[in-house]
Design a protein around this ligand. Structure first.
Ligand code: BGC
Length: 757
């Protein structure tokens, strides 16, 4: 174990500076004379990527075999925190067994645009889903005695120019959309480390952002772990330490450490600031020791099974039309044996994305082999298209696929994005599937309408041009090393698809919230859509979408009854108990994700029509019924007040909606909530109306006017003038005997009269 106080007291200034940067790519520094060991960190997030060659290189290189769990896009779609906790624990066991102390994940950045190249590593367009599932994953990993690195803090929502671009975002939008997932995970699951992002936020690098790293993360949320830089995100170590960054990764030689030493000697950096960072690094090393001493083992067979369970749970059945009387899926045994499989992805699965998260999987299941094994039939296969896209070759492949599909009982068509479309480091080059795939689908549809499309992609793709050609569509995302066998289980009905969309699938790219401002220009990307991200945008604009947030079909049906909501308390202490009875009204087992949305139709700021505030996944047998009860907090009713700079509950009528997706709402209740007083500080530039409406300012202004002989307010302060700042109204001579001095006196009086919030 590390005696943190003893080591800290014994360290030289040079050693202290050294401990706040890495020894190499993956290790912290050891101090041998004090018997302080180094610890190792490794990617992350959905599998361990521990490079075989120690230290050094930025190359992905060869890494130790590890279970490649479904990517965050698929894990998020499970809407199942308990399952994510188990996946996290398995990740933790593999991390520990390999002598690694911190797994670099999860990533919980919000999916602002479907084109973000790294969306497959992120959970959702919604902060509650990202936060609740991220917290479960962190809790699971850390239950095994190793740490996590919650990333990328913050506003890293695109890959284009990610190392320099300034995300220009107003505070309310940060507080309501881009920060809450981090906040929830930090406060509830206490990750050992948080990784700051590469980008700038409103002009300042995240690694040097005192508001972000100290005021919000540590002072408000109580984070006591290590803030680590993304790899190469620290530029000015003195500014970074001052702002709250503890550990620069990777190590880049001694120059930045010497800068720190000089800054302390020059008095530019308070040594106590350095000591604080060193203390946190020492605490991290200390925390890691029990697991390092006792690495244990990981059961890779069991983890493969768990990866399959998660892939099933995260696959989203987008569409399942009736063909000949019954929904096309699940396949009956005879239909399954007469199936033809088309599409390269059935044989060559695309199960993870490119970049730092790429895992050397312990094994990989492909759907073709799994389907053949499960049906006991030698199902014909045709690749249907080439992954590289070669017109001439594709024509031949297409013709072969059409011939094979013509007499099939059902055609299982595996489509998706080529690997080069989705990677860390750049954004997606296109929004749709490659043309060669769509052409093959269309050609098959002309000879056989019984088509099931199985999709492999890490983020929403354009389904609108072709979805009518396929009565059934199963979105499997990038579903990890057991995705192939998982999809066979789902298609054959051995398991039900359980996933729900954590991101909207819009019809057109031009409909998306960031269209026009993404990816920015001149080094800036302006988040002009504000809080209207994802479904919040499509609902505000009343736009048709292909599949809404929260959507996902099962092999059964559910009824919602007895939706009720009851308010307790008021203002910042208000809570709302919501309940609903859910019944499985079909003939098969199934999982329903009950979603609770809240809207505040009359608010003094623009608010989304509805926002997801609670959810619960329940598993019900046919005929089984369960009352689901969820409690909303005052925060769930609040918005971030831009002037008061705090959360406020504005009183009035709130709409609580309960449903199976953001556009499949099955019940709605209006509740009255008593709000808290919201009175932004009055200034000389507050309008006359604001003065008059204010409980402290109104009487003071009226009294001052009366003292000057102005008693008939209506005559002097018309509706139009009410919108004029008090100072300007006075300059206009609207109140005889009232000048700037009187206004200043009023501001003084009222500041004294109003207790500050
Ligand atoms: C990525 C991080 C990753 C780190 C270490 C960076 O380029 O953005 O997500 O953890 O590299 O590989």
């Amino acid at each position: 174990m590390v005696d943190v106080d003893r080591v800290l007291a014994a360290l030289t200034l040079q050693e202290k500076a050294g401990l706040t940067s890495g020894a190499d790519f993956w290790h912290t520094k050891a101090v041998e004379r004090l018997e302080l060991p180094a610890v190792m960190v490794a990617d992350g997030p959905h599998g361990l990527r521990k490079q075989v060659a120690e230290g050094g290189s930025a190359e992905l290189g060869e890494s130790v075999p590890a279970t490649c769990f479904p990517t965050a896009a698929a894990l998020g779609s499970t809407w199942d925190p308990e399952l994510l906790q188990r996946v996290g624990a398995a990740l933790g066991r593999e991390t520990r067994a390999n002598g690694v102390s911190v797994l670099l994940g999860p990533g919980v950045n919000i999916k602002r645009t479907p084109l973000c190249g790294r969306n497959f590593e992120y959970v959702s367009e919604d902060p509650l889903v990202a936060g609740a599932l991220g917290a479960a994953l962190v809790a699971g990993v850390q239950s095994e005695g190793v740490g996590t690195s919650l990333k990328h803090f913050a506003a890293n929502n695109q890959e284009t120019d990610r190392m320099r671009v300034s995300a220009d975002v107003d505070e309310r939008t940060l507080r309501e959309i881009y920060l809450p997932a981090f906040e929830r995970i930090v406060t509830q699951a206490k990750p050992w480390t948080v990784m700051c992002s590469y980008n700038r936020i409103n002009g300042t690098y995240a690694s040097q952002h005192p508001w972000l790293l100290t005021q919000v993360l540590r002072d408000e949320w109580g984070f006591d772990g290590v803030v680590v830089s993304d790899w190469g995100a620290a530029h000015d170590r003195v500014a970074a330490l001052t702002a709250g960054l503890d550990l620069q990764m990777p190590g880049v030689g001694t120059r930045p450490d010497l800068d720190v030493v000089s800054a302390v000697i020059d008095g530019q950096l308070d040594e106590q600031v350095l000591d604080g960072a060193v203390r946190r690094v020492l605490q991290l090393v200390d925390r890691a020791q029990p697991a390092v001493a006792d690495p244990g083992t990981a059961d890779l067979d069991a983890h493969h099974e768990l990866a399959r369970e998660a892939a099933v749970a995260g696959s989203v059945l987008l569409r399942n039309e009736r063909v000949g009387g019954a929904p096309l899926l699940p396949l009956e045994a005879d239909a399954a044996r007469g199936a033809v499989v088309v599409g390269e992805f059935a044989r060559t699965p695309r199960y993870q994305g490119a970049g730092s998260s790429q895992v050397h999987a312990t094994r990989v299941d492909d759907a073709l082999t799994a389907l053949r094994a499960a049906t006991g039939a030698e199902l014909p296969f045709a690749p249907g298209f080439s992954l590289a896209g070669d017109d001439e070759h594709d024509e031949v492949l297409r013709t072969d696929a059409v011939a094979a599909a013509r007499d099939a009982s059902v055609v299982l068509v595996f489509l998706g994005l080529p690997a080069a479309d989705e990677s860390e480091g750049y954004d997606r080059p296109r929004w749709g599937l490659p043309d060669n795939q769509v052409r093959t689908l269309a050609a098959i549809a002309q000879v056989n309408p019984k088509i099931v499309v199985v999709l492999s992609n890490g983020s929403a793709v354009n389904v609108s041009p072709w979805r009518e050609l396929a009565p059934a569509i199963l979105e499997t995302w990038l579903s990890g090393q057991a995705g192939g066998s998982a999809v066979a289980e789902v298609l054959l009905g051995h398991r039900s698809p359980e996933g729900r969309l954590t991101e909207t699938i819009p019809h057109r790219l031009v409909d998306t919230p960031a269209f026009g401002s993404f990816p920015g220009e001149g080094g800036h990307v302006r988040y002009g859509e504000g809080v209207l991200v994802g479904y919040r945008w499509y609902d505000a604009r009343d736009l048709e979408v292909a599949y809404p947030f929260g959507h996902g079909l099962t092999y059964t049906t559910f009824a919602y009854e007895e939706v009720a909501a009851q308010v307790h308390g008021e203002g910042a202490a208000a809570t709302v108990d919501v309940s609903v009875r859910v019944t499985n009204t079909g003939t098969r087992d199934g999982a329903e994700v009950v979603q609770v949305y809240v809207g505040d139709p009359e608010a003094s700021v623009q608010r989304p029509v509805r926002e997801l505030r609670a959810f619960r996944k329940v598993w019900l047998a046919p005929g089984e019924s369960q009352v689901v009860s969820l409690t909303l907090t005052a925060r769930d009713l609040s918005y971030w007040h831009p002037d008061l700079r705090r959360w406020v509950v504005e009183g009035g009528t709130f709409v609580v909606e309960v449903g199976a997706s953001s556009r499949d709402l099955r019940g709605s209740v209006e509740v009255e909530v008593v709000g808290e007083p919201i009175w932004p500080p009055l200034t000389a530039m507050s309008t006359v109306a604001e003065w008059l409406a204010d409980p402290a300012g109104g009487p003071v202004l009226r009294a001052a006017l009366a003292a000057g002989g102005v008693t008939e307010l209506a005559a002097h302060w018309s509706a139009e003038l009410a919108q004029v700042p008090l100072r300007v109204a006075v300059d206009f001579g609207m109140a005889a005997g009232f000048g700037p001095d009187q206004v200043n006196a009023l501001v003084r009086d009222v500041t004294a009269a109003v207790p500050t919030a």
